[in-house]
Design a protein around this ligand. Structure first.
Ligand SMILES: [Zn+2]
Length: 235
């Protein structure tokens, strides 16, 4: 195997090799699904997951090509319906999945040690008010700062969940508090989804089921929210 000229390209070389292997595996076998999928998709489930490199839904849940429609955003957040980020981003994918493709299950899947939720939790603990975020972001675009204001702005959608768990579990360790914030934030995202009337109607008619899941990177355990109580339990 040729050694890459620039060691910084190692990650890219590995990805290109991965694409070749995928083509050999998925297109060389007459039983393979991929060539047939060029005609269209009919996923069995949709998932809103974090952008984190450690929590790839297809790998964790053993999904095959065409099985799972995935939206990956920092901290797997669904903003409130009145926010324009929701209109232009996450909601467009939700409409594609549920309205256009008629997918019957939508899962919001969070995870342990989520840097996005940690950002929101740190801001909540420091008393940063999400209502001041737009002014902060505007100031950023008018400055030459390299601080991650877009990250802070986006993760402010998790702040309501963080404030709740700080009020309820302020005595817990930082790690435990983060777990509660990660799980509460999943429930908030489900609430924000249900704020859309058309989605509520799909759920009420039994055509759609919403799920809240949380994956523990350290143990591999999957925790599932009880739809009645919102309590998470490992399976
Ligand atoms: Zn994350």
């Amino acid at each position: 195997m040729n050694k890459p000229v620039n060691p910084d390209q190692d990650g890219i070389v590995a990805l290109l090799q991965g694409a070749r292997s995928f083509r050999e595996r998925e297109y060389g076998d007459p039983e393979s699904l991929m060539p047939g999928l060029s005609a269209g998709q009919q996923p069995k489930a949709m998932m809103i997951a974090c952008a984190d490199s450690r929590v790839d839904p297809a790998l964790i849940f053993g999904a095959r090509p065409g099985d799972l429609l995935v939206v990956r955003v920092v901290a797997n957040l669904v903003p409130p319906p009145y926010d324009e980020s929701m209109e232009s981003g996450v909601l467009s994918a939700v409409e594609l999945g549920l309205m256009t493709l008629g997918i019957p299950h939508l899962i919001v899947c969070g995870h342990s040690n989520c840097a996005g939720v940690r950002t929101a939790l740190d801001d909540a603990l420091c008393g940063v008010d999400p209502d001041t975020m737009p002014a902060i972001v505007e100031a950023f675009f008018n400055s030459d700062s390299d601080e991650a204001y877009a990250l802070q702005d986006w993760t402010s959608f998790a702040q309501a969940a963080c404030h709740e768990v700080i009020a309820e579990h302020g005595e817990l360790s930082a790690e435990e508090l983060a777990r509660h914030a990660e799980q509460r934030s999943i429930l908030k995202s489900l609430e924000n989804l249900r704020a859309n009337r058309w989605l509520q109607d799909l759920e009420a008619s039994g055509e759609l089921t919403l799920h809240g899941w949380w994956f523990d990177i350290a143990t591999g355990d999957l925790w599932i929210a009880d739809p009645a109580t919102g309590e998470f339990d490992s399976i």
